[in-house]
Ligand binder design. Sequence first.
Ligand code: UD1
Ligand code: F6R
Length: 373
Amino acid sequence: NKGNFEHYMQKEIHEQPESLTTTMRGRLLRGGSCKAKTVLLGGLKDHLKTIRRSRRIVFIGCGTSYNAALAARPILEELSGIPVTMEIASDLLDRQGPIYREDTAVFVSQSGETADTLSALEYASENGALCVGITNTVGSAIARNTHCGVHINAGAEIGVASTKAYTSQIVVMAMLALAIGGDTISNQARREAIIDGLFDLPNKVREVLKLDQVMKDLAKQLIAEQSLLVFGRGYNYASALEGALKVKEVALMHSEGILAGEMKHGPLALVDENLPTFVIATRDACFSKQQSVIQQLHARKGRLIVMCSKGDAASVCPAEWESCRVIEVPQLEDCLQPVVNIVPLQLLAYHLTVLRGFNVDQPRNLAKSVTTQ
Ligand code: UD1
Ligand code: F6R
């Protein structure tokens, strides 16, 4: 049921304040008798000790689910102190990469049925790793075959392009980081800030959804383009990859997410006055590096679209740069910023697709659940 919306993708983008609320329901505890702010993931509580003892955490997934894990990686590393590595499921299988008994392998999948991820799960399980699932579908193959896990509870996702599952996956993995990290005096302030940020997240997403018309206007300007580059780094490297994936899979426009730190090592050669380049430069520890990326792109006459935190428009894009477009988004705790930052890109991909006359919910050649290898 699409309710008042024309397409499932549109509905699922706009229902993210509610789906995120459901994802967190019963899992975040604030105040009360002990006063501490804590996270409770029922599916993991008996396994946290084992996870904390593991030598490595390996995230395994495909497509958008992989990108969600990439967005959560920095906070998991920070709070757990355990090395976190990333594997695209098919690539792990192609390489028969090393997986050990001392590893915790985390399988991220909306459908819970993706063939590559499921085969990687069999492989990791045979190699003796603790296998943890992060799935949206209760009773799915990945939920059944993992040793333990967390349901993201985002509600059924119908549009082929994953939107609300992505943001709920990030939130679950941020909660996973909090759960593994445990309570130490040294990280207490950081933990509390993240938990406060989680409580406030649905409101922030509601606020960023107001950019719908702004993104539709931008889509109109980009309707006939061949390509769109998206630059991000740090917490928002994943946002760049995921934004580009949305644009290519539904709007059928070439788009590439680029780690901004790699710009000078090749991609800069593509930049000219015609190619639109989207730069994510919200406030975090990487902000000044992104400012200098923006300056270098401008120096090469790049056609800039910059996403920045509210109030930063003038510092990322001086008034005399007339062709530069700025999109301001609400700022929040750095590790949660990717949840807000992806929303304008989801809206852009959605509007581009409708304006270009393509099928938003059923892009050609794609299936919601990829059950063949
Ligand atoms: C569970 C109930 C929820 C109830 C809550 C009350 C289910 C599905 N969930 O939620 O309805 O409101 O207790 O406390 O009955 N699991 C995997 N792999 C996965 C995902 C989950 O093995 O990929 C396992 C978990 O380890 C757990 C079970 O499935 O044993 C349920 O997981 P989850 O729904 O996340 O647990 P709760 O949030 O505690
Ligand atoms: C992109 C998309 C795909 C899936 C991928 C994994 O919007 O939907 O890239 O993310 O096929 O699917 P799941 O998460 O079901 O394992």
